[in-house]
Design a protein around this ligand. Sequence first.
Ligand SMILES: [Zn+2]
Length: 98
Amino acid sequence: MSSLRIVSVHRELVADPSVHWHVSAIGIGAHPDRIDRWLTLPDALDAIDGGDHFYTIGDTSKMLARVHRSVCPLCLHHVIGSTSENVPDNNLHNLPSK
Ligand SMILES: [Zn+2]
C-alpha cells in the first residue's frame, strides 16, 4: 500500500448520455513538474481496491484532496474523483494535462 500524489491527468470525452469528461489516466509524481509514471483509469481503480491511496495538492492553496473511487452520475461508469470541498485547485478534474 502506498500514498501517491497525482500531478496531472488525461481526460477523455464521453458522449453518452450527454457530453461530459472523464479522467482517463493519472500522472503520479512526488513533484508537480515531474511525472514518474502514468496509470490508466482501470489501473488506478485496481490500485485503490488494492489499498493504495491517491491525493492531489492544490498549486496555490496547498490543500490536499483525497481521490476516491466513484460512480459517474451521468453514465454510471466507475471513475475516480476528488473530495475537493473548499478550493478548486486541488480538484482532480482541474489538474493540468501534460
Ligand atoms: Zn460518465
